[in-house]
Design a protein around this ligand. Structure first.
Ligand SMILES: Nc1nc2c(ncn2[C@@H]2O[C@H](COP(=O)(O)OP(=O)(O)OP(=O)(O)O)[C@@H](O)[C@H]2O)c(=O)[nH]1
Length: 343
């Protein structure tokens, strides 16, 4: 019981989803004595469900986070877990050809489960173990709910401003891990080939006019629909925030400039082609920039904002890349404090 309490204190001490994942699998691993414990995301792609491992721990090992590979679908669901999800059951078990047991416990939020705990062992899991792990799953679910509540914007469900610095720091960390010799600013402007992280600021065009003409309720509906279009246009690895009002920020993970353009343009045209109920057509302007470990978040955001301002001042309904504007002489980078000015 002491060990259970210790794990509960540890789990509820985190203010971060990734740390909570690590904490829960460490607790389950120790208390169930499993050979392997994983926390999995359940993703749906083209109507098919796949499992993507977020964190894993082996007996006698340390819990570690797993990086979701860009474009990877994940592992297909076995029939036991698939029917457990259809029937909304709390657990499913399977025995492999080698006699190995796998126990899955989906984390239900109402009638949806997008996360699942998975335990593997050579021996069957006894009912006391399943009972204890079920209790941990309950605490994990409640705590995840609480974290979501504090991290999400209440209107759109997107990540809020408060979580931005942390997410940006993580993205910079992963960029640094990928390429420890990150090129400098001048060099970056010459190289459009390599994969980088990107920050895009999105602002709804003439949104005040939407509110004035149709009222705030329809204005709110437009923001919710744009949030949905953001989530469906960007990839699961990317992070989408509402910074307040009609301004959104997207962090795009590891992609080339060419792809960043494609993804951002896809979103912009998705908005342009969408029929907003009552309101009709709405457009967005976007400013974006690559993220560098050597620039502060404020400077990076400032650059994206300047590109956005340029897009707004030059016709709206368009995306502008900060470095392109600088290299074409439209914006001038000031080296000393890294701000840019219009000519
Ligand atoms: N409905 C609704 N409106 C909001 C919300 N937050 C901010 N706004 C409104 O968003 C509008 C923003 O207007 P402006 O900053 O003048 O910009 P704009 O009309 O979009 O014009 P441009 O950005 O120059 O294209 C203001 O009228 C705010 O009241 C919200 O949560 N809901």
């Amino acid at each position: 019981m002491d060990s259970l309490l210790k794990h509960m204190v540890d789990m509820t001490g985190h203010r971060d989803h990734a740390m909570l994942d690590l904490s829960v699998i460490s607790a389950v691993q120790e208390l169930a004595g499993a050979a392997q414990t994983r926390i999995l995301s359940i993703a749906t792609v083209a109507g098919q469900q796949y499992l993507r491992s977020r964190a894993t721990i082996l007996s006698s090992g340390e819990a570690r986070l797993e990086d979701i590979q860009d474009g990877a679908l994940g592992e297909p669901l076995g029939p036991e877990l698939a029917s457990c999800l259809i029937e909304h059951r709390s657990s499913a078990e399977a025995i492999g050809a080698d006699g190995r047991r796998t126990l899955w416990l989906p984390i239900w939020f109402g009638d949806k489960a997008s996360t699942c705990l998975e335990l593997r062992n050579d021996k069957p899991f006894c009912s006391a173990t399943i009972h204890t792990v079920g209790g941990i799953v309950g605490v994990y679910r409640n705590f995840q709910n609480l974290l979501d509540y504090s991290e999400r914007d209440s209107l759109t469900g997107l990540l809020n401003r408060k979580t931005f610095d942390d997410q940006l720091a993580r993205m910079l960390h992963s960029a640094h891990e990928q390429d420890p010799r990150l090129p400098g600013l001048a060099e970056r402007r010459q190289m459009h080939g390599p994969e980088k992280q990107w920050l895009a600021v999105v602002d709804v065009d003439h949104f005040k006019a939407v509110n004035d003409k149709f009222g705030h309720l329809y204005g709110d509906e437009v923001l919710i629909l744009i949030a949905n279009l953001l989530q469906s246009s960007f990839r699961v690895q990317d992070r989408v925030f509402r910074f307040g009002g009609e301004e959104f920020v997207v962090l795009l993970r590891s992609t080339t400039l060419e792809n960043a353009w494609k993804i951002i343009e896809r979103f912009r045209t998705n908005v342009e082609n969408h029929e907003f109920p009552q309101v009709g057509k709405v457009t967005v302007s976007v400013g974006f920039v690559s993220i560098s470990a050597y620039e502060s978040p404020v400077v990076t955001l400032g650059h994206a904002d300047q590109a956005l301002y340029y897009a707004k001042s030059n016709g709206r309904n368009q995306a502008c890349h900060y470095d392109d504007l600088v290299s074409h002489g439209v914006l001038q980078a000031v080296a000393s404090n890294d701000t840019a000015e219009f000519f």
